[in-house]
Design a protein around this ligand. Structure first.
Ligand code: MF3
Ligand code: CO
Length: 259
C-alpha cells in the first residue's frame, strides 16, 4: 500500500520580499486588465487588444508571461462567448455589442510571474451574461475567502464548486488553478471542484492563482483545431475570473489589484 507522506505537496513557500515582487507583477496585470476592459467596444479586434496589452505591459516594466509559453503566440488570452479560455487574438476577430469577453494576462516582473483574468461584456450585458459573470466572480471570492492558514486546498475548491452549482451552472473540470511564483505554473493544481478538508494544508507564504471557469450548460469543453482555444462542448456561454492570492498569517491577500 502506498502511504501518503506529509509535506510532499511540492508547494514553494515565498518570503515576504518575494511576495512584494509578486504584488508588483500582479499590479501590472490588474492595471492592464482594467485598461483592456475600458477598451471593449464594438468593432475593435482581439488582435488590437493584444497589442494594447503588450505595449502597456512593457511600459510598466514587465514582459508578457504567456507569449512563447508552450508556444502560445500572444500576450493576451481572449475568449468570446462560448470560448472558455486560451482564445488566441486574431486580426479578423471583431467584437460586437453584447459579446461576453474573458481576458487573461500574465506578466513577468523581476523574475516573478503575475496572472489574473476577468470577464466583461461589450456594451450592456444580457441578463444571461450578467448573471453568469456575477456568479463566476462570486465563486472566485468564495474560493479566496477559504485561502487561509490551517484550511486545506479542498476548502477552496469546494467553496467554488458549491457557489457555482447552487446557481445552476457548471464548473469546468478540465482546467485548474495553480501555484505561482518564479514560474507561471507551480504546484499545487487547484481544481474548481472538490471536497472540504481534503488536500494539502494551507500555509503562510503560499501564493495561489485561483481561477474558476464557469459554463451555463455542461462543464464539458473541447479544444479547437488551433490547439489552444477551449470552447464549451454544448455551445453555452462561459466566464472566467482569476486572482493571484498570497496566504498570510492574517488570511488571504489578493495581489492582482492595481497599486
Ligand atoms: N491563466 C492561464 C493559466 O494559468 C493562462 C495561461 S495561457 C498560456 O493557465 F498561454 F500561457 F498557456
Ligand atoms: Co492562471
Amino acid at each position: 500500500m502506498k502511504k501518503k507522506l506529509p509535506g510532499k505537496s511540492g508547494i514553494i513557500l515565498k518570503a515576504d520580499w518575494e511576495i512584494d515582487i509578486l504584488r508588483k507583477a500582479n499590479s501590472i496585470v490588474a492595471k492592464v486588465l482594467q485598461m483592456l476592459k475600458g477598451q471593449l467596444s464594438e468593432g475593435i479586434t482581439t488582435y488590437e487588444l493584444d497589442k494594447l496589452a503588450e505595449n502597456e505591459i512593457k511600459k510598466c516594466g514587465g514582459s508578457p508571461a504567456f507569449k512563447g509559453y508552450k508556444g502560445y503566440p500572444a500576450s493576451l488570452c481572449i475568449s468570446i462567448n462560448e470560448e472558455v479560455v486560451h482564445g488566441i487574438p486574431k486580426k479578423d476577430k471583431v467584437l460586437k455589442s453584447g459579446d461576453l469577453v474573458s481576458m487573461d494576462i500574465g506578466v513577468v516582473y523581476d523574475g516573478y510571474v503575475g496572472d489574473a483574468a476577468l470577464s466583461a461584456t461589450v456594451g450592456a450585458p444580457s441578463k444571461e451574461a450578467a448573471d453568469l459573470i456575477a456568479v463566476t466572480e462570486g465563486a472566485l471570492i468564495k474560493g479566496i475567502t477559504q485561502a487561509r492558514p490551517k484550511n486545506r486546498l479542498g476548502d477552496i475548491s469546494h467553496a467554488i464548486q458549491r457557489h457555482v452549482e447552487n446557481a445552476g451552472y457548471s464548473v469546468v473540470k478540465q482546467f485548474v488553478g495553480h501555484g505561482i511564483g518564479k514560474s507561471l505554473h507551480e504546484p499545487p493544481e487547484i481544481p474548481n471542484f472538490g471536497r472540504k478538508g481534503r488536500g494539502p494544508v494551507l500555509k503562510p507564504g503560499m501564493v495561489l492563482a485561483i481561477e474558476p471557469m464557469v459554463n451555463i450548460g455542461s462543464g464539458d469543453v473541447k479544444i479547437l483545431d488551433d490547439g489552444w482555444t477551449a470552447v464549451t462542448a454544448d455551445g453555452s456561454l462561459s466566464a472566467h475570473f482569476e486572482h493571484s492570492v498570497a496566504i498570510t498569517k492574517k488570511g488571504p491577500v489578493i495581489l492582482s489589484v492595481p497599486d
